[in-house]
Structure formats: structure tokens, C-alpha cells
Design a protein around this ligand. Structure first.
Ligand code: TYD
Ligand code: MG
Length: 464
């Protein structure tokens, strides 16, 4: 009998290769190929047996949508698209130690009040989970606990009896299916374990939450394949040194994907942050040069954050660029536009750009705030006091309109800002909030001129 062909599975992307190599040809990851016993027989085609005819139906139907399970933790519910959907699978990914287990124990405890909830830990012993529950002040919540890693046992236990509202499996990397030879945490195990658990959740109609660790490279350990299998993928992120954490939807079959939830890690677990702008602006130094407050939107909610820039003379050679919380490529574009369209040549300097507080901004609407911070840093002049900035910058130097202007202005007003540097509205009617006046900026050259005027005025003032 022929020896079963060896197969090498990339632990990053799940691609299967017939030969070992130092680098996965599919995703380019190094040292990620691991030999796995070939589980599946080679595909045989359909053969002679005839299948059943599938029934086709119209788009319109009268399927009753099962009500979502609302946990009552608003920041979590919103990111999940309005609560947990029965029969769906949700993956929560994040770095080890970021607070996934803490968050999900709190979610389980809250939901336990309205339905039966199971928390299956593959990483911690029952006593450890109980200790955490005591610390979180939820020790009396009606949550059923188990420490288990065998998917066969878990499926057998959940296959009968009352249907739970929610099952949390922490983490998918510790689960194993005993019919496979590979170790827990390998792509094959993670994939099969998830498949079995998701099938069970769909069949029995409970909401399944899987916890997944993220690798150094920032993808959910091993299986990007896992992201395709679940209905919803949430990432829990944050800087270890900062106390706040952000829950971000990156995929959601049942809701929007641009929502974020903001939490603060306290000594009694994660607390919801209902006013994130105040948190992100808490350490602001006031009106110093090189800082601009960006009025951003994260999904449906406005969020003010400070963008800081530092422009420093560069040593000979390639100037340094260090960007935290924003896209480095976008920074290069802004620098190029400033130089070509407004004559601001700062590209030869070292440039540091930081979104204060550790938030990651993806919106192009931050362009104008970044440009303002850069010009302010290079001229040494602060922006006018109590001013927020937003607007997208185009390649010809024009400032383009962005969505949800009203919400941005409203949030700025709420936090005591008085002025907004923003794109021209060109006749668009805004329901203005009374307290924020707008200063429309049409091009980057106009933005630069603002600093020049002020500089000239300051120079005049300082003359004897
Ligand atoms: P944890 O939920 O175990 O992280 P994960 O499951 O993502 O690996 O969180 C662990 C960290 O959270 C740990 O460093 C301690 C901290 N923590 C608090 O600060 N306060 C708390 O109330 C709890 C339970 C944990
Ligand atoms: Mg954990």
C-alpha cells in the first residue's frame, strides 16, 4: 500500500503544500509550514449515484427572525450588530492578555440573567474562572462553567437537553477533535473544532462565541480560514500600557462592520466608556504646536481624538517616518500634496505622527487634521484654541466633503469646542449646532495661509 502523501499546511493561511518550504507561497509567511497527517482522502468526484433535487424558493418569505439576545452591555451589543443572533457563531480575536476572557465572562454573566449560559474554558481551571468572577463581582450569576478541551465531549454534552442561549468557548486554539492526529492549535484542529461547534450551534440554535488568539503578525492564530467560517468577527484591541480597549467589528453578517465599542480596564473588569471623546482628549496639553483635534466618526458614533505631529531635522540619509495609529502611505501622500500644492517642503525632515491614546484611525476625513498638525509642527504655531478639524484631501490639494458633518459638529460642541476647520459646504444645508462656528477651508494652500497670517500678525505684534 502506498504511504499516504504528506501534506504541509501553512499555519497562517491554511494553504496546503505537497512539499515543505521555508516560506508559504500563498501568503508569504516564513516558517509556517507544518506537516500534518493527511486526513481527507483525495476527492473522487460524484460517481454514479444521483442526488436529490433541491427545492428553489423565492426571495420573499415569511421566516420569523429569532429575537437577538441583548446582553445589556451596550458597547458589546452595538458592535455585535444589536445583540447575539441565535444559531450564529461569533469570533472574538485579540492579543493574549488584552481582556477577552474578562469581557466574555462579563457578557456571560449579564446574559445569564435572562437565559441559560455556558462558559467552557480550555485554558483555565474552573477555580481560576471562579476567582475571576469573584473579582468581577459576578460570582453569583447563573453561568454554567466547565473546563474542557475535547470537542467530542462538548458536542455530546450540548446535543441534548435544554438549548442554552449562549455558549462561550475560550479559546478555540485549545480545542481538539480526537479523530485528527495533529496537536491543538494547528490549523487542522482549529478548523475541525470550529466546524463541529458551529454546526452544533446552527443545529441547536444557540449563539456561539469563540475566543481566538492573535499572532504576532496580527491575524487570528493560524487560521484566517476561521474568519470565513463564522458569521461575525470582532477584534479586541488596545495598547497594553493604556487602560482602554476597543472592540471592533471586522466582519458581520448581521450588522455593520465599522462599529467600535470602547471599554476601560479597571480593577473590577471592563467598564463601558460612554463618552470616548472625553477619554481620548483627557491628557491633552491644551493649545501646543503640532497638535490638532480631529472630529472623527467610528461607524455611527462621533469620536474626537488628538493628532500629534513632530517635525525634526533629519540626519543625512533617509529621513525617518514613524506613524502610530494612522496609515504611513497616507502620510506620504499628504506630505507630497503639501509640497506640490502649497509649497510646504518638510518631506526631508524626520516626521513623527501619533494618534493620541492608541486609537487607530482609518477615515480619510483625518487628512486635514493631519495636515494641520504637520504645518503647525513645522511652523511652531498652535492651531486656534478650541478648534476641531476634519476633511479629506485630494491629490490636487482640494479639501473634499466628508460624511456625517452634523454629527461631528455636534460632538465637538458637546465637548466645548467652538470652531471647526472643515470642507466647504457648497450650498449644503447643515442643521447647525449653535455653539460651533465653521471655518471652511477649500484647499491646502488656504490652510497654510492661515498659519502664515497668524505668523505675520504675531511677528508684527512682537516688533517694538
Ligand atoms: P484576560 O481576560 O485574561 O485576557 P485574555 O483572555 O485576552 O488573554 O485579561 C487579563 C488581563 O486583564 C490581566 O493582565 C489582568 C487584567 N485584569 C484587570 O486589569 N482587571 C480585572 O478585573 C481582570 C479580571 C483582569
Ligand atoms: Mg483568556
Amino acid at each position: 500500500m502506498a504511504r499516504p502523501a504528506a501534506r504541509f499546511v501553512c499555519q497562517q493561511c491554511g494553504a496546503v503544500h505537497p512539499k515543505w518550504a521555508g516560506r508559504c507561497e500563498d501568503c508569504g509567511a516564513w516558517n509556517s509550514l507544518v506537516e500534518e497527517a493527511s486526513a481527507e482522502a483525495p476527492p473522487k468526484g460524484l460517481g454514479a449515484a444521483r442526488g436529490r433535487r433541491i427545492e428553489l424558493v423565492g426571495l420573499e418569505g415569511s421566516e420569523e427572525e429569532a429575537p437577538r439576545r441583548v446582553t445589556g452591555i451596550g458597547e458589546f451589543d452595538r458592535v455585535a450588530g444589536g445583540g447575539l443572533v441565535p444559531g450564529s457563531a461569533l469570533l472574538v480575536g485579540g492579543d493574549p492578555g488584552i481582556g477577552k476572557s474578562t469581557l466574555l465572562l462579563q457578557v456571560a454573566a449579564r446574559l445569564g440573567a435572562t437565559g441559560s449560559v455556558l462558559y467552557i474554558s480550555g485554558e483555565e481551571a474552573v477555580e481560576q474562572v471562579r476567582m475571576r468572577a469573584r473579582r468581577l463581582g459576578v460570582a453569583t450569576a447563573p453561568v454554567q462553567l466547565a473546563a474542557a478541551t475535547s470537542v467530542r465531549d462538548i458536542v455530546a454534552s450540548l446535543d441534548q437537553g435544554e438549548v442554552p442561549a449562549l455558549v462561550v468557548v475560550d479559546s478555540i486554539q485549545t480545542m481538539y477533535v480526537d479523530s485528527l492526529d495533529s496537536a491543538p492549535g494547528t490549523v487542522a484542529q482549529v478548523r475541525s473544532s470550529a466546524q463541529e461547534l458551529i454546526r452544533l450551534a446552527k443545529r441547536r440554535g444557540f449563539a456561539l462565541v469563540l475566543v481566538g488568539h492573535v499572532t504576532k503578525e496580527g491575524t487570528i492564530a493560524g487560521p484566517r480560514v476561521l474568519e470565513h467560517m463564522v458569521d461575525t468577527v470582532l477584534y479586541f484591541e488596545g495598547e497594553r500600557g493604556h487602560q482602554f480597549r476597543i472592540l471592533r467589528a471586522v466582519k458581520n453578517r448581521f450588522g455593520p462592520t465599522d462599529e467600535i465599542g470602547v471599554f476601560e480596564m479597571t480593577d473590577r473588569g471592563l467598564a463601558e466608556v460612554l463618552n470616548p471623546s472625553a477619554l481620548f482628549l483627557a491628557d491633552r496639553q491644551g493649545d501646543v504646536s503640532g497638535a490638532a483635534v480631529f472630529a472623527g466618526m467610528e461607524g455611527t458614533r462621533p469620536m474626537l481624538v488628538e493628532i500629534q505631529a513632530l517635525v525634526a531635522p533629519s540626519a543625512p540619509g533617509t529621513p525617518r517616518r514613524a506613524v502610530v495609529g494612522w496609515d504611513g502611505g497616507r502620510l506620504s501622500m499628504i506630505l507630497a500634496v503639501l509640497e506640490a500644492r502649497a509649497g510646504v517642503a518638510i518631506g526631508a525632515n524626520d516626521i513623527y505622527l501619533n494618534v493620541a491614546g492608541g486609537l487607530r484611525i482609518q477615515e480619510p476625513a483625518a487628512d486635514l487634521a493631519v495636515a494641520a498638525a504637520l504645518i503647525s509642527a513645522s511652523t511652531g504655531q498652535a492651531l486656534p484654541a478650541a478648534t476641531v478639524v476634519f476633511g479629506e484631501i485630494g491629490l490636487s490639494g482640494e479639501v473634499r466633503a466628508v460624511s456625517q458633518t452634523e454629527q461631528r459638529l455636534k460632538e465637538a460642541g458637546k465637548l466645548g469646542f467652538e470652531r471647526a476647520m472643515m470642507p466647504p459646504q457648497r450650498g449644503r444645508r447643515l442643521a447647525r449646532s449653535a455653539e460651533v462656528s465653521s471655518q471652511e477651508i477649500g484647499t491646502v494652500a488656504e490652510l497654510v495661509a492661515l498659519f502664515e497670517d497668524k505668523g505675520a500678525a504675531a511677528a508684527r505684534r512682537s516688533q517694538p
